[in-house]
Design a protein around this ligand. Structure first.
Ligand code: AHR
Length: 335
């Protein structure tokens, strides 16, 4: 009887751990990427895989962490990765996907900058028999045009941010909101999730919402505008990512108010700089959005290429972090 792939992976993992335990007295480190299973006749291995990956850009620390995770996992596993950075332009992503189709890659991974406008190019990939895996962000297309979507529950992140904000404000106050890139899945969903919860707090009012495009520079600029209009009336800032919150923190300090005290701030991602801002007392909470998707992405890509069925959505596991734990956790954060 042929051993199952799961059994082979488990055996490989046990052998690696046993080997590590035998070496010196140092604590054994479990490898981040699962060992390559022995080849099963007729099935592809990581070393056979050619993967095209269309990244949307490098707008935030989160994105840099995500790109590093994809590249490092490909390198460790021996996957041939064709990587394209679209520099925030959907047309560049579409061009990259068409190039990958022409190159007849085995799988295409894509993190779509916006939700709409993907149907034709995804259909072209489908017609060419190349599976599309959505990584991180979703696309608004019929389900038969992509194989699976792996990433966060952005609506729940928005709900979590609202729960924390309502608590910080004791159910009473005026909030401004820094949105992510317009028409992107995280901006749309974090907007919706936040409101779902805030609706239950009649004493809380969101008085302004504007896009800071997920960047520090734009977050600072938009916050400066909010402060010019509303100044010390603002009790809370909800930022769709930590980078915008960090830009806004600078704007608040320059305006002469204390971020984290005069204006309570909740943002999303849980990047290292957010932990530092919490240690400094300038950020009240960060909601995790995990960018370390590389190892799982290639695992799923291999399963798909070998004809295995995968779930339509593969959610990430994520937490909520507060200042009291920030100093202890910062050294453990990998992005
Ligand atoms: O799609 C994930 C979001 O994109 C992250 O929250 C943000 O930082 C990034 O730019």
């Amino acid at each position: 009887m042929k051993p199952s792939k799961a059994a082979m992976r488990f055996l490989g993992l046990v052998l690696l751990m046993a080997l590590a335990a035998c070496q010196s007295g140092a604590a054994a480190q479990v490898p981040e990427v699962e060992p390559t299973p022995d080849a099963v006749p007729g099935e592809k291995t990581y070393q056979d895989l050619v993967v095209g990956y269309s990244q949307l850009g490098a707008e935030s620390e989160w994105r840099t962490g995500n790109t590093d995770s994809i590249k490092e996992a490909a390198e460790e596993l021996g996957v041939e990765l064709l990587f394209s950075d679209a520099q925030q332009k959907q047309e560049n992503q579409i061009k990259a996907i068409r190039t990958f189709i022409a190159q007849q890659v085995d799988v295409i991974g894509v993190s779509p900058i916006v939700e709409t406008g993907w149907e034709s190019v995804f259909q072209e990939a489908k017609d060419a028999g190349i599976p599309i895996i959505l990584v991180d962000r979703a696309a608004d297309v019929p389900e038969n045009l992509y194989t699976t979507h792996m990433g966060s529950d952005f609506v729940e992140e928005g709900r979590n941010a609202a729960r924390v904000m309502a608590d910080l404000l004791d159910g009473q106050g005026i909030i401004v909101e820094l949105m992510g890139t317009l028409d992107s899945a995280p901006a749309n969903d974090r907007y919706i999730g936040f409101r779902e919860v805030i609706e239950d707090y009649p004493g809380i009012h969101i008085i302004a919402t504007e896009s800071g495009d997920f960047t520090r520079a734009k977050g600072k600029e938009v916050m400066e505008g909010f402060l010019r209009l509303y100044g010390s009336q603002i009790d809370g800032l909800y930022a769709h990512n930590d980078d915008m919150a960090i830009g806004a923190i600078q704007a608040i300090e320059e305006y002469g108010l204390k971020p984290g005290e005069d204006i309570k701030i909740v943002s999303i991602d849980a990047i290292r700089d957010a932990f530092q801002a919490m240690i400094d007392g300038k950020l009240n909470a960060t909601i995790e959005c995990n960018p370390l998707l590389g190892p799982k992405f290639f695992e799923v890509a291999l399963q798909v290429v070998n004809g295995e069925t995968v779930p339509k959505w593969i959610p990430s596991e994520e937490g909520v972090y507060f200042p009291e734990d920030a100093a202890e956790l910062l050294p453990t954060r990998r992005y």
